[in-house]
Write a protein that binds this ligand. Sequence first.
Ligand SMILES: [Cu+2]
Length: 349
Amino acid sequence: MSFGPVDRRSFLSGGAGAFICTLAGQKIVSDGPEPDLVALSGGIEVPPKVRAAKWRQLPIAAEPEPAPGGQKREYWIVATQARWNIVPTKRDEMMNKKISDKAKFSGYFYREYTENFGAPKGRVSMPGPVLEAETGDTIVVNFRNDLKVPVTMHPHGVHYTPEMDGAYKGKHTDPGGFVQPGKTFRYVWDCREGTEGVWPYHDHGPLDPMPLYKGLFGFLNIRKKGEPRPDVEHYLVFHSLLTASTGLARGFQCINGRAYTGNTPELRAKVGQRVAQYVTAMGNDFHTYHLHGHRWKSAGGRVVDNETVGPADMLTVEFVEDNPGRWFYHCHVFSHLHEGMSGWYIVEP
Ligand SMILES: [Cu+2]
């Protein structure tokens, strides 16, 4: 375990040995041992408003109402722990080689359930479910914490009151910023005019950022009311699974929790389709999103085929598909690319 400052080499190589955070007095480095988050959370004082909350009398704060013509989009989300395989095929199809490193760990996930937490909808996924709404709607998230540590859901982009921020704020923390194991909190977010776009959501509880490094992140997609959907949408998170968050012998550079071509999402589209790709980053690093055989207009209006995306930034790549074939998408930071950050994009004629 190293405690040195972040040097240029370690920063550029994906944060080997880099400082991540200090939690309950313990310094955590990216390639250090996995800290015991349950023990660490025991060393964090439960904030006064959290202790005093009447959890059974929800909602705790006043809920915003949808605008006229809008609706409540209600979700049931559970934070849960599950085994996750970073390299299920044990191969890298880009370099056509075997990846024999151990790659299974215990991840944290946002998992969607049917109404009233009836049953899980599908398998766990990294990122968590895409929460969709239109401008004028509200998003209601009934959030249950099945983990052994306090976590939250913190949204970007939408409008919310401080009670609905889902952020730990020391002694000023509201109940939604410290959802203890076994508790349920109802977040309500206002998707008013001006909040349209694709945004990340993620844990922002007292152990932040460690739960994010184990998989607690997802996407919000707020569409402008009445605006047509693209034909195909791809959601990508560029992030690292560090030894400090997996307990594995090495770190992996991941897209949606998987590393190496053949394991990362296999994106698909057909010629003529309107494609939208939403790319964000979660972690210590900046990444560059590169897509072979294609180009798009950056926010500044320049035509690009490679674009930088920083932590919690959102890159929207839009184009009409015109080039059939088997293509790569990948991060163009070379060490990231060769530690797993690449995938297939398959275009049918
Ligand atoms: Cu990268």
